[in-house]
Design a protein around this ligand. Structure first.
Ligand code: NI
Length: 391
């Protein structure tokens, strides 16, 4: 089966590069992926995949039924949206849309989903079960997965694979990680209401700026003294507003930040922990407060069995020296974790790094990839899908 998959993927490689370049030249922002979705639906239909459009607003779902009797349905998820970045790559297929760029590789992801569908549709006779392809919108705003799920994209799905490109892994290699891959990412807003007064007479006022300083310092110190150091947490206050003039004590201060955590327990406990801490400080000094904590996406926790399938598929396909076991998780976030609330899954990293020139990071205006990675990604996904039903 592996050699069949590789042969088909090799034959398709020029077509896949064409697809990727078309997508790259025509990027669309989150929740506006209309042309991308229509294009995806067209390619899927042309290879005999059953298509449903407008799932999760601008998402697309494709389904391919094998001839086998395995009942378990596997899903493969890719994302389609681009970023508000002006591309500076000078590629001949660079973005034709001013200020919009596929700088996170979602053009590659979409191509991988299509390529895997094209390969597996040619092998439908020997496919043991059913496979569903999820082309989700709006990953960059961490909404698309939820929209897809609301529209039933996970109904009947028993396992799910996902992929993200990674420029610091060389093309033709893949990165596998067991357990936590990305962090939970939450938004935090803290409002402190003191009492204004003359800058020379602090005892007649309640200084909101000084209390805000206590809150920030205490939050940072308390993470290191009260939270399990083996469960990483990053809390960043990224913006703070308050005060009017050099000699007026500020009454109202607003701070906003992001809270990242890897362990599900931390994700669960942090809102109350932060609220208690802010309350204690504000109560001590007589200020009022409000903590608005909005839970974003949880951490991506890769399932051990499905991660093992992906690792074995990669090792058989590429040999051990092209499979990297990723030593550390990332404190970035990924809404693939939303699907994992409904079925176990695994997201792997596809190397896209050039070996002969500098590699720019994701979300950089000069981000570009070695297109050899596309065939590697398609074979890895198609073969892992096949191996899933062998378990
Ligand atoms: Ni991305």
């Amino acid at each position: 089966m592996l050699s069949q998959i590789k042969d088909i993927a090799n034959t398709l490689a020029p077509r896949l590069i064409e697809i990727r370049r078309h997508l790259h030249a025509h990027p669309e922002l989150s929740a506006q992926e209309y042309q991308t979705a229509a294009y995806v639906a067209g390619v899927l239909s042309s290879c005999g995949v059953q298509v449903q459009e407008a799932i999760g607003k601008t998402g697309v779902v494709g389904e391919l039924a094998g001839k086998g009797t395995a009942r378990r349905m596997l899903a493969i998820r890719t994302d389609m949206d681009a970023l508000p970045i002006q591309e500076l790559t000078n590629l001949e297929f660079a973005s034709r849309i001013p200020g919009v760029m596929h700088a996170c590789g979602h053009d590659i992801h979409t191509t991988l989903g299509l390529g895997t569908a094209m390969v597996l549709s040619q092998l439908a006779e020997s496919l043991p079960g059913k496979i569903r392809f999820l082309f989700q919108p709006a990953e960059e705003i961490a909404q698309g997965a939820s929209w897809m799920i609301q529209d039933g994209a996970m109904e009947g799905v028993e396992a799910i694979f996902g992929v993200h490109v990674f420029p610091s892994i060389p093309a033709r290699s893949v990165g596998i990680r067991y357990g936590a891959l990305t962090a939970a990412a939450d938004d935090l807003e803290i409002l402190i209401q003191g009492e204004s007064g003359h800058g020379a007479r602090p005892h007649e006022a309640i200084d909101g700026i000084w209390i805000a300083a206590q809150v920030i310092t205490t939050l940072q110190q308390a993470i290191s003294r009260t939270q399990n150091p083996l469960h990483p947490i990053v809390l960043t206050i990224g913006k703070i507003d308050g005060g009017r003039a050099h000699n007026i004590i500020a009454d109202r201060v607003r701070m906003v930040g992001t809270v990242r955590s890897l362990h599900p327990d931390s994700h669960q406990n942090l809102p109350q922990w932060i609220e208690n801490l802010v309350a204690n400080i504000c109560n001590t000094y007589g200020a009022k407060y409000e903590v608005n904590y909005s839970r974003g996406v949880p951490s991506v926790q890769n399932d051990p069995t499905l991660t093992h399938i992906l690792e074995q598929a990669s090792r058989e396909a590429w040999g051990g020296d092209r499979v990297e076991i990723i030593p550390e998780p990332s404190l970035g976030s990924e809404d693939f974790s939303m699907y994992l609330q409904y079925a176990p899954g695994c997201m792997f990293r596809l190397g896209v790094g050039h070996s002969d020139k500098p590699n720019y990071p994701l979300h950089h205006p000069r981000f570009e990839i070695d297109e050899a990675a596309i065939a590697t990604g398609v074979v890895t996904l198609a073969y892992a899908a096949y191996k899933y039903w062998q378990q």
